[in-house]
Design a protein around this ligand. Structure first.
Ligand SMILES: [Zn+2]
Length: 235
């Protein structure tokens, strides 16, 4: 999550021809994933603009868009979260029909971030652009959607909950089974659910627990080998 994250695109062909670089501010207080998604769509739009104005395009009809965010590629490829990204999808649908008419297609390629000249340059320019927004030399919207606020609040709460769960002194048996907060466990039958909860609470009917709570004379298993713990019975 960044406070000011502009989207920055470099188009190599455009740079070679006229040193034109397109930039666009996604706004303040937007999530980085939103910038990545916008970046992909902006890249496709720029490539189409280039191809329309290009006099002697000797290409394969394929537009390669490089991105270092698997999430953004996944969102575009599978059209995930249609409501949140509805504006992006409108532009994408428009781009798709134009590409079809132009007989072109787009390949989205994942690349690692560091060490790639293009991404490092784009990064550097994005930082400069962000500073320009921060110093009010460039305008950027401060609008943030309700969905984004919910997502932001959820992320903060989950992080804080996880931190507490990791460092707490109690509930350590449950923690050993479910270290990640927010994990949902669905059990097929009530009696299985009850047993499962008792295991999580470290309070089963097994001798090891029963002896501790005073309802059994021994903690040993009938087999005489070990304490009758959950691990001994199940594993
Ligand atoms: Zn045994």
């Amino acid at each position: 999550m960044g406070l000011v994250l502009p989207c920055y695109i470099l188009c190599q062909s455009l740079m070679k021809q006229s040193s034109t670089v397109n930039t666009k501010a996604d706004g303040k207080k937007v999530r980085s994933s939103q910038c990545e998604i916008d970046g992909i769509i902006l890249g496709i739009e720029m490539a189409m603009t280039y191809l329309k104005t290009c006099q002697s395009c000797n290409d394969s009809g394929r537009i390669l868009v490089f991105c270092d965010s698997n999430y953004a590629i996944d969102v575009i490829d599978r059209k995930l979260e249609a409501v949140r990204y509805s504006d992006f999808y409108k532009r994408l649908t428009d781009a798709q029909s134009q590409l079809k008419a132009m007989d072109r297609y787009v390949s989205l390629l994942y690349i690692v971030h560091s060490g790639i000249i293009g991404t490092d340059t784009a990064d550097e320019m994005a930082r400069e652009f962000a500073q320009s927004i921060a110093s009010s030399h460039t305008d950027a919207t401060e609008d943030i959607t309700v969905t984004d606020v919910y997502k932001l609040a959820t992320d903060i709460v989950n992080c804080s909950w996880q931190r507490k769960w990791n460092g707490d002194n109690t509930g350590r048996v449950t923690y050993s089974f479910i270290p990640d907060v927010g994990t949902k466990v669905i059990l097929p039958m009530r009696k299985v659910g009850v047993s499962y909860c008792r295991i999580l609470l470290h309070d089963t009917m097994l001798n090891d627990d029963s002896f501790r709570t005073g309802t059994s004379d021994t903690y040993m298993c009938e087999c005489g080998q070990e304490r009758e713990t959950v691990e001994h019975v199940l594993l």
